[in-house]
Design a protein around this ligand. Structure first.
Ligand SMILES: [Zn+2]
Length: 323
């Protein structure tokens, strides 16, 4: 199970869903064990924020990462594309404070990224769930249990005739992510739009990049891409947020009425309960080794798991990625 980056730079352009600002984004190859990092090229060469749950500063409507006064908003759809395609290491450069929303899904990212994966001959470190754990907050419940793969069940429930309750389960791998999840778009209720705009949000939102629901049904004339597009998009968001763990997860996540805030709270709970997981590496022939030493180190750190916690590999110096 090797780490992957991409073969060449890939450029995207669009507008931020909430800021409404135009943005250019370039996804660039990066060395093994450097993870996913965002660079605000409009703020200088050192304006880098790591894709880590430690850097989450806002989860209202989207997942914003920040370090000092360097902000990167609406990270979840690109992170979902990278995580779904098993791409571990990239540098994402952007010239504004929010990623482009594209069509509201991860489809446009996936289309270009999937053709450009590049193997790095350095093992992936994975977080393997060994014991069930449940997180509850208000109406939300997120449960995780052991599973040999990354499986996600999402249950959504809205008091609206178009959505009501939907549930979708997928064993997330590259194929299923591309076919079943990547194209599911973000969604919102028309009656909330005015309120959001008055509060400086959803300024770039349109029927080109979101499914909009009014009292009677779907406003978009093209309708839905999947009958259960809402539950699928919730999985997309969860996969993107869980990329902030810093390494792939082996387990079955069952999320009921989850959102960005609860995803991050759940990951923090998980990281702080190392009795429920272990860090493993798998060789290409499926042999698994458990990194007990790293587990203890992480327990001591009391927070998170990152590929950077791996013992140094030749030519890799953690100091180089201070961000
Ligand atoms: Zn989303």
């Amino acid at each position: 199970m090797w780490q992957h980056t991409i073969k060449k730079e890939i450029s995207f352009a669009g507008v931020g869903l909430h800021s409404g600002k135009p943005v250019k984004m370039v996804v660039k190859p990066a060395a093994a064990n450097t993870g996913i990092r965002f660079k605000r090229v409009d703020l200088g060469k050192d304006a880098i924020v790591r894709a880590s749950m430690r850097r989450v500063s806002d989860t209202a409507l989207a997942t914003t990462l920040s370090k000092d006064d360097i902000f990167v908003g609406t990270t979840e759809h690109l992170l979902a594309a990278l995580c779904g395609l098993e791409i571990d290491n990239v540098l994402v450069e952007l010239n504004s404070d929010e990623l482009p929303i594209m069509d509201g899904s991860a489809g446009p990212f996936v289309q270009l990224l999937k053709k450009n994966r590049k193997e790095q001959k350095v093992s992936r470190l994975m977080m393997k769930i060994t014991k069930e754990m449940t997180f509850r907050s208000g109406d939300t419940e997120i449960h995780i249990k052991p599973f040999d793969g990354f499986k996600v069940t999402s249950k959504v429930q809205f008091d609206h005739p178009v959505i009501q309750s939907q549930s979708y389960t997928v064993n997330v791998d590259r194929d299923s992510f591309v076919k079943e999840i990547a194209a599911a778009r973000t969604f919102g209720f028309l009656e909330q739009v005015e309120y959001l705009r008055a509060n400086g949000k959803a300024l770039g939102g349109s029927l080109e990049n979101a499914v909009v629901i009014d009292r009677d049904g779907i406003v978009n004339t093209e309708g839905l891409r999947f009958a259960d597009e809402f539950a699928r998009h919730k999985i997309l968001d969860l996969v993107g947020d869980f990329a902030l763990l810093g390494c792939p997860l082996l387990g079955h996540v069952i999320a009921c009425r989850g959102g960005h805030t609860q995803h991050v709270a759940f990951m923090r709970m998980l990281a702080n309960n190392p009795d429920c997981w272990e860090l493993v590496k798998r060789s290409e022939d499926g042999q698994e080794s458990v990194l007990d030493k790293m587990r203890m180190a992480t327990r001591a750190a009391g927070e998170m798991v990152l590929p950077f916690l791996l013992p140094p590999v030749p030519g890799f110096h953690p100091a180089k990625i201070a961000c």
